[in-house]
Design a protein around this ligand. Structure first.
Ligand SMILES: CC(=O)[C@@H](O)[C@H](O)COP(=O)(O)O
Ligand SMILES: NCC(=O)COP(=O)(O)O
Length: 254
C-alpha cells in the first residue's frame, strides 16, 4: 500500500488571517492572497468559517474566494437560513455544518445531529441541490455518526478539540483511541472521515496516522507559525509532517 492509496490531505483554514486584518479594520492581510499562497505551498483545500457575527471571514472574502481558489472551498457555517442562502449563491465544493454560539471564543463542541436530525437532513439536501457536499462537524460519538449517516451526509469531520485540550499522556491516549474508534466506525458505514480543530505541529502526527482519515483541517496553528516563518513555510511544514506520519503508519501495516 502506498501513500497514493492512503493520502492525507490538508485543508488550510485561513480564518485568522482575517482576524489579523480586522484587528485594525484595514484591508491587509487579505485572506484571498493568503489562500493563493497556501495553495501554492501545497494546501489541498481552503477552509473558511463565515460566522454569524463575521468576527473574521467576511462575505466579501467568501465571494472573492469562490472565484479565485484553484483547489476547493470548504465553507464552514451554522445551519441557518442566511447561511444556506449564501451557500446556494456561492456553491462551495464542500460546506461543513458546525454549531455556533456568539459568546464562544472558538467552536466548543460538535454539531448535535442526533438531536436535530430532520433539520440537518434538510440542510444536507439543500446543499446537495446545488452540488455542494455537506460535511458534518461532530464529536467522536457513535450516536452522532449514526445520525450523520441517517441525514444523508457523505462526509463527517471529527472534532479533535477534546484531544487537543488534553494535558496528560493518559488523556491524550484516551481521546486518541476514541478518535481511532470513531474513524474506523464511520469509515465502516461508508462515510468520508475528516478531522480538525486545535491541531498543531506537535499533536497532528498521531491524528494523521489514523488511516481512515482523508483530510485534516488545520488553521490557527498554521497561521500562528506563518506570523513567524511565513505562510509558505508554515503550510509546507505541516504538509510534510502529516505525510511523514501517514507513511509511517502505512509502513507499520506491512
Ligand atoms: C469548526 C472548527 O473547529 C473551526 O474550523 C472553526 O473555524 C473554529 O472557529 P474559529 O475559526 O472562529 O476559531
Ligand atoms: N474544522 C477545523 C478547522 O477548520 C481549523 O480549526 P483550527 O485549526 O483553527 O482549530
Amino acid at each position: 500500500m502506498s501513500l497514493q492509496q492512503f493520502p492525507i490531505l490538508l485543508g488550510v483554514n485561513i480564518d485568522h488571517v482575517a482576524t489579523l486584518r480586522n484587528a485594525r479594520g484595514v484591508s491587509y492581510p487579505d485572506p484571498v492572497t493568503a489562500a493563493a499562497l497556501a495553495e501554492q505551498a501545497g494546501a489541498d483545500g481552503i477552509t473558511i468559517h463565515l460566522r454569524e457575527d463575521r468576527r473574521h471571514i467576511h462575505d466579501r472574502d467568501v465571494e472573492l474566494l469562490a472565484h479565485t481558489l484553484q483547489t476547493r472551498m470548504n465553507l464552514e457555517m451554522a445551519i441557518t437560513d442566511e447561511m444556506l442562502a449564501i451557500a446556494a449563491k456561492v456553491k462551495p465544493a464542500y460546506s461543513c455544518l458546525v454549531p455556533e454560539k456568539r459568546a464562544e471564543l472558538t467552536t466548543e463542541g460538535g454539531l448535535d445531529v442526533a438531536g436535530q436530525l430532520a433539520r440537518v437532513t434538510d440542510a444536507v439536501a439543500s446543499l446537495a441541490s446545488h452540488g455542494t457536499i455537506a460535511s458534518l462537524f461532530i464529536d467522536a460519538d457513535k450516536k452522532q455518526i449514526d445520525a450523520a449517516k441517517a441525514s444523508g451526509a457523505q462526509v463527517i469531520e471529527l472534532h479533535t478539540g477534546h484531544y487537543a485540550e488534553q494535558t496528560t499522556e493518559a488523556g491524550q491516549q484516551q481521546t486518541l483511541q476514541q478518535l481511532r474508534d470513531a474513524a474506523d466506525y464511520a469509515h465502516g458505514l461508508g462515510l468520508q472521515v475528516n478531522a480538525g480543530h486545535g491541531l498543531h505541529y506537535h499533536n497532528s502526527a498521531a491524528i494523521a496516522a489514523i488511516l481512515p482519515l482523508v483530510e485534516l483541517n488545520i488553521g490557527h496553528a498554521i497561521i500562528a507559525r506563518a506570523v513567524l516563518v511565513g505562510l509558505d513555510q508554515a503550510v509546507r511544514d505541516m504538509k510534510q509532517l502529516l505525510q511523514q506520519a501517514r507513511m509511517q503508519a502505512i509502513a507499520e501495516l506491512n
